[in-house]
Design a protein around this ligand. Structure first.
Ligand code: HEC
Length: 145
C-alpha cells in the first residue's frame, strides 16, 4: 500500500513527459509541413532570396515586446493554416530549437490567448516593422544586424 503514492507519481510523470514529447513532435511536424519550404529544416532560411536566417535572431526578438508581437504577426506565421494554439506551440518549439542560446532568461512561452490577440491585428508594413524591431534590439545592445 505504501508504494501506491510513488507509483502514481511515477505514472503521472511518465504521462506528463509523453504529453510534452507529443506536443514537441507535432510542432516539429507542423514546421516541416508549413515552414521548411522557405525557412529550411534548421531555420537557416535563404538570405539571398530574402528569407532571413532565424537561428539566434528570433531568440533576440523575444527580448522586446514589439519583437515578440512581430514573431506572431509576420505573414508566414499569422497567415498560416494553423490554429492559435498550434501556432503558440510551434513558435515555442522554434524559439527553443533554433534560438535557445539567445532567449531571455525569463522567457515566458507564447500562449494561445497571446497569439489570438496579436493575430487579430495584422502588420501594415512588414519590412518597416522588421526594421524597427531590429533597431530596438540594437538599442538594447543586442548583437543583431
Ligand atoms: C513563402 C515563404 C515562407 C513561408 C512558407 C514561411 N515564411 Fe516565415 N518568413 C518568410 C520571409 C520572406 C520572412 C521575412 C519577413 C517577410 O518579408 O515576411 C519570414 C519571416 C519569418 C519570421 C521572422 C524572422 C525575421 O527575421 O523576420 C518568423 C518567426 C517566421 N518567418 C516563421 C515562419 C513560420 C513559423 C512559418 C510556417 C508556419 C513560416 N514562417 C512560413 C518567408 C516564409
Amino acid at each position: 500500500m505504501t508504494r501506491l503514492p510513488s507509483t502514481l507519481a511515477l505514472a503521472g510523470l511518465l504521462l506528463a513527459s509523453n504529453v510534452l514529447a507529443d506536443g514537441e513532435r507535432s510542432a516539429r511536424r507542423q514546421y516541416l509541413l508549413h515552414c521548411t519550404g522557405c525557412h529550411q529544416a534548421d531555420g537557416r532560411g535563404a538570405p539571398s532570396s530574402d528569407v532571413p536566417d532565424m537561428r539566434s535572431l528570433i531568440g533576440y526578438m523575444a527580448h522586446d515586446p514589439e519583437g515578440r508581437a512581430y514573431l506572431v504577426k509576420v505573414p508566414g506565421v499569422s497567415n498560416s493554416a494553423l490554429n492559435h494554439a498550434d501556432t503558440a506551440r510551434l513558435l515555442n518549439w522554434m524559439l527553443r530549437s533554433f534560438s535557445a542560446a539567445t532567449l531571455p532568461a525569463e522567457f515566458a512561452p507564447f500562449t494561445e490567448a497571446e497569439v489570438t490577440r496579436l493575430r487579430a491585428a495584422p502588420l501594415d508594413d512588414v519590412a518597416a516593422t522588421r526594421a524597427s524591431v531590429i533597431q530596438r534590439l540594437q538599442a538594447q545592445g543586442l548583437p543583431v544586424q
